[in-house]
Each structure stands twice: as C-alpha cells, then as structure tokens.
Ligand binder design. Structure first.
Ligand code: S3P
Length: 433
C-alpha cells in the first residue's frame, strides 16, 4: 500500500504514548511460554512481529489468553507444533525461538521447522547456528538462511566470544544455555540491548558475571511472572523526529518511554546534532528505566557519529539518516555494516530513497556520508522495511511537496498505530489504496 505524507501544515502538538516495546514483548512471549505457571503481560506490543512470536508459543503448547489488553500465558510444557512456526518478518522472533527450542528438554528427538517471509529468509542465520552448533544443537539451514529445521538435542554450555554486538545472538545463546548442561558465557565486543538479562531474573533465573561477559547456568526451571512492557523508544523516535522537524512544535510530551541505556544511542546522537530534548526520569517498570521526553522543533547540524554509539541506536539509523538529510552540514556514519542485514539493507535503501528526494548521499561499506540541505517531494519505496517507511513519512514534514511511499503497509510489523498517532499530533498522512 502507498502512504502519502504531506509537508507540515502547522506545528505538531499534543501528548503521546508510544506502543509497547517490541524487543521486550518478544522476550516476554517466549519466557512466558517456557515458564511453569502463569505469566501475565500488560502493555504487550500489538503488532505483526510480536503476534507471530506469541502465536508460535501457542502452537508450541502454551495456553495464551487475552482480555482487556492483558495477555495470560500458561506455559512450562512444550509440545511439537503441528506445522512449521511462521515468524513472518521477525528476526528477533526467529533467532530467539531457535535458541530457546534447540535444546529444550520437552522437544528432544523431535523435528521442528521455523519459517519466515522473503525478507527474513534473506537474513543471516549462521550467526546463531554457529554458537548453537558448538553447544551441540542440530539445525539445518538453507545456505545459512531460513527455513530452519531443528532437531532438539541435549546441549552443553560454552563460552562464546561474539564477533558482533548483537542482542539477538546473545539472547539466542543465553536461552539455549538455560537448558544446557553446565554454564554458558557470552562475551560481546561492545554492549547490545540487555532486555533478556533484565527480564530473566523475574522468571527465577539468576545470571552471573562471566568476567568478562554474562553467564547463565544450565538445567534451569523458569517460573511465571507478572510484567508490564514499557513504551518503545524505537517507535517513539519517529515522533521525536517529527517534533524536531515540524516548525513551531514546542514541548510535545512523550510519556512512558523506555530509557534503557543500551538503547539510548538515538538520544545521544540527536542531542549532539542540536536537538532540544528534555528527559524526565520516571519510575522504573520492572528492571527497565522509563521516563518522559519533551521535544521541541530544533535547528539540527550534521555530526560524525561515534562508532561506539552505533549498537545503542541500531534500529534508529533510518530516521537518523532522514534527519541528517535536512540538517546543516555533513553527517558521517561509520561502523554500521550491521545495517545491511536488517529488514532491508538499510544503508543502501535509505541512501537510494534520499537521493530520489534530491539529497546528496555517499554510501560507504559500513556507513554513509550525508550532505544536509533541503528535500523535495517525490516517490519512494520502503523495500518492505517498516522503519524506512516511517522515516520517509516523517521527513515529508519538511519536504517541499508530498512524499509517496510504496510498500508502506510493512509499518504493521512494529507500529500499526503510527499513521493515526502522527495524524493525532497534526501531521498530514493518508493511505492511498
Ligand atoms: C533486537 C536486536 C537488534 C535489533 C532488533 C531487535 C532484539 O538486532 O536490530 O530490531 O530484540 O534483540 P541485532 O541483535 O541483530 O543487532
């Protein structure tokens, strides 16, 4: 479907509550299915990706019930699903589930298939099958890609030095380690989001310091927990950016935003670019820090983004690139080759779409160099990537004509309410077919 996004007709204003955090929702669906007894989840993200993970847990035998926005999962006893588990577009769903299932004691000797859509089937799975294979997992891939066929087997703990900072790899191996013999230790080259580490203790799992790295003991039993999901900073980032761009916007309040320090790279980068953001810390939700962000229209300038901030803002580069296109001066992104294996090759796709709007962008092997200036309206394509669609819709606020985004329906994977939320704040967005 095509989304038409028009230039701002006035300042954006109002209050805003982001949808539930996607990473945390996936993890809670999985942990709830693994844990004995009842897990109650409020604030779960109602989007295609997280629904796919929840449906997979139900197909694995978890009893999932929903009422009044509360999800109750009775878990703890897994069975072989009748058909392949379809994780749709979700890398987190597929990689974490693969880790959780490949040594699960209830599934030993069985055969399970994990499938995804065309985008997910093009993303690398070797990054999880290598360490899981070292643990003794038996996983067949199609040349390192989904579909994955698992034959759950007894695993042994390992010490694994990860080649890249990736929370999906870390979490997949930690989840496998829960059911392995002895201890599993993960050492990362740099910090990646730590939601799994923060959530596991609520399910009765204690982690230990692997000196260096994070460790988990094997043969664990998880017990159900009651959890609330904080708002997703990665979704709120689009609204933040809209508030920064739309002339005259002053003090838009974004409440209940997750402010986990392993996710706050976007705030560091935007501030360094000159964004006027006020952060007000609130009460933590479980082990996750949460707060309010007030955002006002700001003059942005290009910067050299430090490579060590990249993993902390890994999902926000499409919107950061869009903002860089209308900042004064040059923005340089480096150390960001991981962006090439997301829902699309985000360096290539974003560079191409920005060029179509008249922006000077040089794509490099691990980043991009963007000359800020003005953008014109035009036709662009999300290439099936939700975050690219939303970034281009936000950029339209300051384009000199409407931007029409093809394949924008992929927004449903992470943020089905995006168009309504933007319109509520005063933006001119409409679906065209
Ligand atoms: C995620 C980790 C990140 C991120 C993704 C969600 C997670 O991926 O891009 O959207 O929930 O663990 P990588 O681990 O591949 O960096």
């Amino acid at each position: 479907m095509k989304l038409r996004a028009g230039p701002a007709v006035g300042p954006l204003s109002g209050r805003y509550l982001p949808p539930g955090d996607k990473s945390i929702s996936h993890r809670l669906a999985i942990l709830g299915g693994l844990a004995e007894g009842e897990t109650r989840i409020s604030g779960f993200l109602d989007a295609a990706d997280t629904r796919a993970t929840l449906a997979a847990m139900a197909a694995l035998g978890a009893d999932v019930k929903e009422s009044d926005g509360l999800i109750c999962i009775q878990g703890g006893r897994l069975e072989t699903p009748k058909s392949a588990l379809d994780l749709g577009n979700s890398g987190t769903g597929m990689r974490l589930l693969c880790g959780a299932l490949c040594g699960h004691p209830d599934l030993l000797g069985q055969r399970l298939a994990l499938v995804g859509d065309a985008s997910l089937s093009g993303r690398p799975m070797g990054r999880i099958t290598r360490p899981l294979g070292e643990m003794g997992a038996v996983i067949e891939t199609l040349d390192g890609h989904a579909p994955l066929t698992l034959r759950p087997a007894r695993l042994r703990g390992i010490r694994y030095v990860m080649p890249m900072a990736s929370a999906q790899v870390k979490s997949a191996v930690l989840l496998a380690g829960l059911f392995a013999e002895a201890e599993t230790v993960l050492v990362e080259p740099g910090p990646s989001r730590d939601h799994s580490e923060r959530l596991l203790p609520a399910f009765g799992v204690s982690l230990f310091d692997g000196e260096p790295g994070i460790g988990v003991r094997g043969d664990q039993r998880l017990r159900g927990a009651s959890c609330h999901v904080p708002g997703d900073l990665s979704s709120a980032a689009f609204i933040l950016a809209a508030g920064l761009l739309a002339a005259g916007s002053d003090g838009i309040a974004l409440s209940n935003v997750g402010l986990n320090p392993t996710r706050d790279g976007v705030l560091r980068i935007l501030r360094a670019m000159g964004a006027r953001l006020d952060l007000v810390a609130g009460d933590a939700i479980g082990a996750e820090p949460v707060g309010r962000i007030n955002v006002s229209c700001s003059e942005l300038r290009g910067i050299d983004i430090p490579a060590e901030w990249v993993p902390l803002a890994i999902d926000e580069f499409p919107i950061i690139m869009a903002l860089a296109a209308v900042s004064s001066g040059t923005t340089r992104i480096q150390g960001a080759a991981e962006l090439r294996v997301k829902e699309s090759d985000r360096l290539a796709v974003m560079s191409e779409q920005l060029r179509r709007l008249g922006v000077a962008v040089e794509e490099t092997a691990d980043g991009a160099i963007i000359e800020g200036g003005s953008v014109r309206g035009g036709q662009v394509d999300s290439h099936g990537d939700h975050r690219i669609a939303m970034s281009l819709a936000v950029l339209a606020l300051v384009a000199d004509g409407p931007i029409e985004i093809d394949n924008a329906e992929w927004i449903r994977t992470s943020y089905p309410g995006f168009v309504d939320d933007m319109r509520q704040l005063g933006a001119d967005l409409e679906w065209m077919n």
